[in-house]
Design a protein around this ligand. Structure first.
Ligand SMILES: Cc1ncc(C[n+]2csc(CCOP(=O)(O)OP(=O)(O)O)c2C)c(N)n1
Ligand code: SF4
Length: 275
């Protein structure tokens, strides 16, 4: 008998998203489902783990194993899941607030540790769920929300791709939520790539950052092929206007594997807790 093949809709749950109509996260949800299907995975071979935020609602909308965890801790949960179930495809997803603010330290160390999983960040440069506060990726002079200080925060934005590169991520790409097929292809490649893969998706919050609707007219495919040289990747990032989509960097590090001495079976665990 032939192995069953699944379509993107098999990776969608019947829970209807509560996102605002037009939110970029719809496109990312579709791309994730398409990537799983294109990789010929089955729902029981996949998992989606998130933190808290509008974007972090995504496990409810996927038909995979899922864990809607706590704010900023999705990568720790995802790493634990991957180490316990190395056979499972682990995709961690969330927003820029969740991943780079409260979760910033986990982000750095997930890149450094290089567990084989994929991190998809829907970056809208704002805290959408809590109604429009500036996030670590918000432009320093953005003050269009009642939640932002007059004149903006005045603080230089965090550069997630540069931080990922410096901290040791093995695969780094930038995508745009409006390009569903392109984003799905980048996510599929990130999943296939060994080690910690980071896909930064520009995903507009049309409610608190209405001007992000214009992203679709300024994004472009990067004219450069991906590089395996971190110094070249760094130069490109530092001279980039932030609108080049595609794979930036493919590294050569081995994925983190749990040392054999720390591996144990369910029976070993059972015996430890026996009274
Ligand atoms: C410990 C903790 N602190 C603060 C919050 C409030 N909170 C919920 S979501 C969120 C930010 C979400 O922003 P982001 O991750 O960018 O997601 P978006 O809603 O924009 O998709 C914050 C600060 C919380 N839930 N838990
Ligand atoms: S508030 Fe923004 S991020 Fe949240 S669902 Fe609405 S458009 Fe999307």
């Amino acid at each position: 008998m032939n192995a069953p093949t699944y379509s993107a809709k098999d990776f969608r749950s019947d829970v209807k998203p509560v996102w605002c109509p037009g939110c970029g996260d719809y496109g990312v949800l579709t791309s994730i489902a398409k990537a799983f299907a294109d990789l010929n995975l089955a729902p029981h071979q996949t998992s989606v783990v998130s933190g808290i935020g509008c974007s972090s609602r995504i496990p409810a909308y996927t038909n995979t194993y899922g864990f809607h965890s706590i704010h900023g801790r999705a990568l720790a949960v995802g790493a634990g899941l991957k180490l316990a179930r190395p056979d499972l495809t682990v995709l961690v997803a969330g927003g820029d607030g969740d991943g780079f603010s409260i979760g910033g330290n986990h982000f750095i160390h997930a890149c450094r540790r290089n567990v084989d999983m994929t991190y998809v960040v829907m970056d809208n440069r704002v805290y959408g769920m809590t109604k429009g506060q500036p996030s670590p990726t918000t432009e320093a002079d953005w003050d269009a929300s009642a939640m932002a200080p007059p004149g903006g925060t005045g603080v230089t934005p965090f550069h997630p791709l540069a931080i990922a590169l410096a901290a040791g991520a093995n695969f780094i790409a930038r995508a745009f939520s409006g390009d569903i097929n392109g984003t799905a292809a980048l996510i599929a490649e990130a999943i296939r790539y060994p080690g910690f893969s980071f896909v930064a998706v520009m995903s507009p919050c049309i409610t608190f950052r209405e001007e992000q609707r214009d992203w679709k007219s300024v994004i472009r495919q990067s004219g450069f092929p991906a590089t395996t040289d971190p110094a070249q990747a760094a130069r490109r990032l530092m001279t980039d206007d932030g609108f080049n989509m595609g794979v930036l960097y493919r590294g050569g590090r081995d994925s983190f594997a749990k040392p054999r001495s720390t591996q144990c079976s369910i029976a070993d665990l059972d015996s430890e807790f026996a009274v």
